[in-house]
Design a protein around this ligand. Sequence first.
Ligand code: ACO
Length: 325
Amino acid sequence: MTTTRSVVLGYGAYLPERIVTNAELTKTVDTSDEWIVQRTGIRQRHIAADGEYTSHLGIKAAQAAIANAGIDAQSIDLIVLATSTPDNTFPATAVQIQEALGIHHGAAFDVQAVCSGFIFALATADNFLKSGAFKRALVIGAETFSRILDWNDRTTCVLFGDGAGAVVLDAQQQPGSSADRGVLTTHLRSDGRHKDKLFVDGGPSTTQTAGHLRMEGREVFKHAVGMITDVIVDAFNATGTTADDIDWLVPHQANKRIIDASAKKLHIAPEKVVLTVDEHGNTSAASIPLALAVAAADGRIKKGDLVMLEAMGGGFTWGSALLRW
Ligand code: ACO
């Protein structure tokens, strides 16, 4: 019996032009390149220009993904955007992107799960495609975290950056085994007991301002590796696969130490891990599709490769997705 799978047809990414190096940050906060690189692996981040919004980054990533897929944008009937930094409180930034792409049919909406947003958006789109409700989805992660950072707080401002990435998913019939192409399994989790460890201290209903990101970094670190490895093991168990079967681990790019520790715990070889955090810092929901785009463009991720995606972030939320490219 065949089954419907969400197959990646194309990918795209966009980083704003302006690069802020660690050295540049030392001019405004008491930090050093050495401290940032050693604790996080981050060397630079991209920052959106004045008047450049999350939707603008998302549109560029979406256009690149559509071009890479070689499809007509009109064939897309679902747009799911993962973001915690929407242009406006409403409408959904996904609708701004839908309009810019000239798509006036189907549905477009935002998903908010902070750094896990891309996994949540991918799982949402995958389930809609599997149900038959939609045929072709654009899944985007786009963020302008620079707008919610307290640039005087060295414990947070050095960690994040702006960017966007996207994939086109196509509903296709596959034989129905773990050898299928497409999304094989997704696992989403959240636990609001941790909501005060990483949050933004503003919002429309509370302060009527966007607010600033606040984080207990050590607490996040303490929980990250266990949560990430749990959902990856869930994905292995659901598909009968093991760490040896994985061609690539494409993690949320928050912090090299978290990524290294998770890969080590799972016995995933370091050369199978895609790392881009040095180039753009933590871009929250955008980081996984940004990393996917780099590794697919440079020829590492090839058709038929087994790719594990994982993320953990504010809420806490965490999740994994296993797919065959
Ligand atoms: N430059 C220099 N010194 C700093 C900086 C900085 N940018 N930031 C903090 N410090 C200082 C602290 O003030 C502290 O000084 P003290 O000992 O005199 O008090 C010292 O460095 C150690 O601070 P810690 O917070 O204990 O440093 P730690 O080793 O835990 O590293 C970090 C901090 C990098 C934030 C780490 O906890 C971490 O990686 N946490 C995970 C956070 C994360 O990745 N969040 C992203 C969002 S969630 C996600 O995407 C998974």
